[in-house]
Design a protein around this ligand. Structure first.
Ligand SMILES: O=C1O[C@H](COP(=O)(O)O)[C@@H](O)[C@H](O)[C@H]1O
Length: 268
C-alpha cells in the first residue's frame, strides 16, 4: 500500500525511532521571523513560569537575527510583554573565532538585535570567546565554553536548554557543523571547527550531543536555495552528510520555514 507523502515521512522516521518533527510554514521570510518571535516569547514565558529562569540558545544567520529584532520589538510593547528578561540565560549554538568587534560575530548580531534592547544582565549572557580575548586558539576557547556549560549543568555536561535556535545553510550545516566535517562525528559538547567552507573559517560550535540535549530545537530556514536541504533534513538525513538531519530536541523538533524553503516538501 502506498502512503500519502506526509505520512511516508512519518513512517520513514518512525522506522528509525525518530519522532517526526513539527513543520510550520509561513508565506515569506518576514512573516516567518514575526511568527517565530511570537512563539519564542511564549516559549520563554512558559519556561519562566515553570523554572523561574529560562535558558535559550541563540543562532546567527539571516532569519535568526531578524527574529531577535522582532522579539525586541514585542518587548517594547509593554502591554504585550510577558518575558522577564532579567531571568533568561543566553547561550550560543556557534560562534565565529574572530575579534570581538567583528560584524561576523553572532554575539554582536544578537546584542544589537535583542540583548542591548531588552537589558539581559551581563552575567546571564554566555558568549563564546572571541579571537582577541584570553584564548589563543579555538580549541582552548571551546574547552572554556564546555566548562562554562558544565558549571551551570549541575550533574550534566550542559544545563537545561528550553529552546535552542538553529539556522541552516544551503548544504545543510547547522551551528558550525558542516557536512563531512570532523565536528559531525565528535561527541564532545563543544568543538573547535577549522576550514569551514563558509567564511570565516575558524569557529566554535556546540556538538550534536549538546544540541540534542535541548528540550526544543527550532530550525529557522528561508529561501528556495535551502529547499532541497530542508526536504532531506526533515527526513532525518545522516548528520555527516547533512547535519540538520541529525538534530532532534528531547520534546520537540520544529522546522519553521518560509514557503520557498518548504517548496520541495511533499504536500501533506
Ligand atoms: O554560519 C552560520 O550560518 C547559519 C545560517 O545562516 P543563514 O544566514 O544562511 O540563515 C547560522 O545559523 C549559524 O549560526 C552561522 O554561524
Amino acid at each position: 500500500m502506498s502512503l500519502p507523502p506526509g505520512e511516508r515521512i512519518e513512517a520513514e522516521l518512525a522506522s528509525e525511532g525518530v519522532p517526526p518533527p513539527d513543520i510550520v510554514i509561513e508565506p515569506d521570510a518576514d512573516r516567518l521571523a514575526g511568527a517565530a518571535a511570537s512563539a519564542f516569547v511564549a516559549r520563554v514565558a512558559a519556561a519562566q513560569a515553570v523554572h523561574g529562569v529560562a535558558s535559550v540558545v541563540l543562532t546567527g544567520g539571516g532569519v535568526g537575527t531578524a527574529m531577535l529584532e522582532r522579539v525586541a520589538d514585542l518587548a517594547e510593547e509593554p502591554e504585550r510583554e510577558v518575558v522577564d528578561w532579567t531571568a533568561v540565560e543566553i547561550w550560543w549554538g556557534d560562534e565565529r573565532f574572530v575579534p570581538a568587534d567583528s560584524d561576523d560575530r553572532n554575539e554582536l548580531g544578537a546584542r544589537r538585535a535583542l540583548l542591548d534592547r531588552v537589558g539581559v544582565p551581563e552575567e546571564r549572557v554566555h558568549a563564546m570567546p572571541a579571537a582577541d580575548g584570553e584564548f589563543a586558539t579555538a580549541e582552548e576557547a571551546a574547552h572554556w565554553y564546555a566548562a562554562e556549560l558544565a558549571e551551570l549543568g549541575g550533574d550534566d555536561e550542559v544545563p537545561r536548554f528550553d529552546v535552542l535556535l538553529l539556522g541552516m545553510g544551503p548544504e545543510g550545516h547547522v551551528a558550525s557543523i558542516f557536512p563531512d566535517s570532523p565536528a559531525a562525528q565528535d561527541d564532545r559538547p563543544v568543538v573547535a571547527v577549522h576550514d569551514c567552507p563558509k567564511p570565516p573559517p575558524t569557529r566554535i560550535s556546540l556538538g550534536f550531543s549538546a544540541i540534542n540535549s535541548a528540550e526544543e530545537i527550532w530550525l529557522l530556514v528561508a529561501g528556495e536555495g535551502k529547499a532541497e536541504a530542508v526536504a532531506r533534513g526533515v527526513r532525518g538525513a545522516p548528520g555527516t552528510e547533512l547535519p540538520a538531519g541529525a538534530v532532534h530536541g528531547r520534546r520537540a523538533t520544529r522546522w519553521l520555514l518560509d514557503a520557498a524553503a518548504a517548496s520541495r516538501l511533499p504536500e501533506a
